[in-house]
Design a protein around this ligand. Sequence first.
Ligand SMILES: Cc1cc2nc3c(=O)[nH]c(=O)nc-3n(C[C@H](O)[C@H](O)[C@H](O)COP(=O)(O)O)c2cc1C
Length: 188
Amino acid sequence: MALKIGVIIGSNRPTRLGDKVAQWFMNQVKDTPGTTFEIIDLKEVNLPYLDEPKLPSQGDYQHEHTKKWGTLLAQYDGFVLVTPEYNHGYSAPLKNALDTAYAEWARKPVAFVGYGSLGASAAIEQLVNVTAQLHMVPQPATAIKFIDAWALVNEDGSLNEANRRGSDVPKLLENLLWWTQTLKSARG
Ligand SMILES: Cc1cc2nc3c(=O)[nH]c(=O)nc-3n(C[C@H](O)[C@H](O)[C@H](O)COP(=O)(O)O)c2cc1C
């Protein structure tokens, strides 16, 4: 069964690290058999703050940008959230992106790659709550956490792997792909 995973960059600051962390993850997973990983860059998607007249849970989107966002998300069987930590929470663009859809997230697994001074643990904890409310299946136990964000990117643009804490890519993938396959089969 071919699986498709969306890797969401949760930061859109002009000098963000999020794109480098996401690229690191993509390099690690690019040869995964039977699974395609694609970056979903919230900076490019550029969603306005939730402006639908009806609740996203009603599924009756009025605006083209929301329909496009929903159609994009619906293509994926699972997600990886690449999340920064801002003031012990995750980013406003990521919250807006989560809130601006509903059914398209449901019954799909979500894994986490966090980065910050202490590894974005607070941001990931919040995301576990929020994604569970969206009927997703969050996987905090295999979260990858990069510490010391200010010393994370080497001069050549690669990541300083010595800053990695928490899980690792093989463990994250083993768990994420099990859930992705299991839930995709169950959704039918
Ligand atoms: C508004 C703001 C608040 C921050 N608060 C935290 C924090 O609470 N914990 C932390 O570990 N790092 C914090 N940082 C440092 C970020 O982890 C670091 O700047 C990181 O590069 C942010 O991700 P980004 O560059 O992809 O936006 C904060 C950064 C910003 C911009």
